[in-house]
Design a protein around this ligand. Structure first.
Ligand SMILES: NC(=O)c1ccc[n+]([C@@H]2O[C@H](COP(=O)([O-])OP(=O)(O)OC[C@H]3O[C@@H](n4cnc5c(N)ncnc54)[C@H](O)[C@@H]3O)[C@@H](O)[C@H]2O)c1
Ligand SMILES: [Zn+2]
Length: 361
């Protein structure tokens, strides 16, 4: 069991990397969390892993209630948040519940959002079950839901009290979800960690098979980077946290333009990273051979690098609604080499159009 600290003064917390839930209850007590909890999850996930999670907590004296949501990005909606809030507030009466987000990024973002607004904030714990959620979405306190016109357009910053990465759960992750999580790990390599990028190039098969050693490398290195970035720029007021948006400018627009149905989040940002790297080459910021390494790794990981049959108009419209769109221009995170990115709005529109034409063909 390893622990990585997210240092945020009074809001500091640990990311525990473990291979079971047995030691979890003992870690909650010193945080002042005990007693009464609500687990938010999906029915299938609870059927498979519910006993492993609920057993140790109940034996430690927790009273736990469960609320389930369907398995899809469409659960990240205001309507679903309201359903969960209604259910909890009706049954919790005067008690303050601790929320447990037990699932991937969809459950994590939704539960965190409910925790942020219920009674102006109740504590919550992230128990991420996908690679993507363990390396990224469960950390950092960005919580929220989507609107039909754009991703994550309603939300808050609300840090969890603890993140518990049980790596054993990843064994049942379907191949498509493994690749999707790998996309975010590749992102960390490009923005901050050339050694991680080289590891992924050299051990791609193990990473896709999720061997215990590969999972440990991917989860621990990614969590360390995210913890450091969040500690330096919790609310993305500077450029530091914005680095994590590499690939997300176009990625989010593609998700919105296809109503969140065609690609997983990881797939959409893979196309977005490819486009951002292309923009970086086309604007003279990135050497061509570094661009090729990025594209080659994404492609070898089985991730899409282009988005055929998508309406360019819909993508441009979605780009405009994105939070990263400021002063009338999209904000790009562009690699200057593997391990370093810059944030800029300064890319000629003609270059953007040319790269978009290439991405959407
Ligand atoms: N808050 C953030 O900082 C942040 C960062 C990155 C991504 N996100 C968000 O995260 C979401 C994507 O998260 P995701 O990729 O985890 O998708 P997801 O939550 O939809 O999970 C993917 C699928 O995997 C299944 N699953 C989960 N755990 C499993 C397991 N152990 N075994 C078998 N199947 C399992 C789920 O039931 C679901 O069907 C997007 O909405 C994205 O915007 C948020
Ligand atoms: Zn992401």
């Amino acid at each position: 069991m390893n622990s990585i600290r997210v240092s945020l003064g009074q809001r500091s917390y640990s990311i525990v990397v473990a291979d079971s839930f047995r030691p979890l209850p003992a870690q909650l007590t010193p945080l002042g969390l005990s007693g009464y909890g609500w687990v938010v999850s999906h029915p299938a996930l609870l059927k498979r892993y519910g006993a492993q999670l609920l057993g140790p907590l109940r034996r430690a004296g927790w009273t736990l209630k469960i609320v389930t949501v369907p398995e899809s990005e469409s659960s990240k909606s205001l309507a679903m948040a309201q359903r969960v809030i209604d259910r909890i507030s009706r049954e919790a009466a005067m008690r303050v519940p601790v929320l447990f987000a037990f699932g991937g990024g969809v459950v994590g973002d939704l539960t965190g959002f409910v925790a942020a607004v219920l009674r102006r904030g109740v504590p919550y714990v992230q128990l991420p079950t996908t690679l993507l959620a363990q390396v990224d979405s469960a950390i950092g306190g960005k919580v929220g839901v989507d609107l039909p016109r754009g991703k994550n357009l309603v939300g808050a910053f609300h840090q969890p009290r603890l993140v518990w990465n049980n790596m054993a759960l990843l064994r049942t992750l379907p191949p498509r979800q493994r690749r999707s999580g790998l996309a975010e790990v590749i992102k960390y390599g490009v923005i901050a960690d050339p050694a991680l990028f080289a590891y992924l190039e050299a051990h791609l098969a193990e990473c896709l098979r999720l061997t215990p050693r590969a999972v440990r490398v991917m989860v621990e290195r990614s969590c360390r980077i995210k913890a450091r970035v969040v500690a330096r720029d919790e609310r993305e007021t500077g450029d530091v946290r914005a680095h994590l948006n590499f690939g997300h400018t176009l990625g989010h627009a593609l998700e919105t333009a296809t109503a969140y149905r065609r690609w997983t989040h990881g797939e959409a940002i893979a196309i977005g990273m490819c486009a951002a790297a292309h923009l970086a080459v086309a604007s003279g910021r990135l050497p061509a051979r570094e661009f090729q390494r990025i594209v080659r790794l994404l492609h070898a990981a089985g991730l899409p690098i282009r988005a055929p049959r998508v309406s360019r108009q819909a993508v441009l419209r979605a780009l405009r609604y994105d939070k990263k769109f400021i002063r009338g221009r999209p904000r790009w995170v562009l690699p200057v080499r593997i391990g370093r990115v810059v944030v800029t709005e300064d890319v000629p529109e003609a270059t953007v159009r040319r790269v978009l034409r290439d991405s959407l063909r």
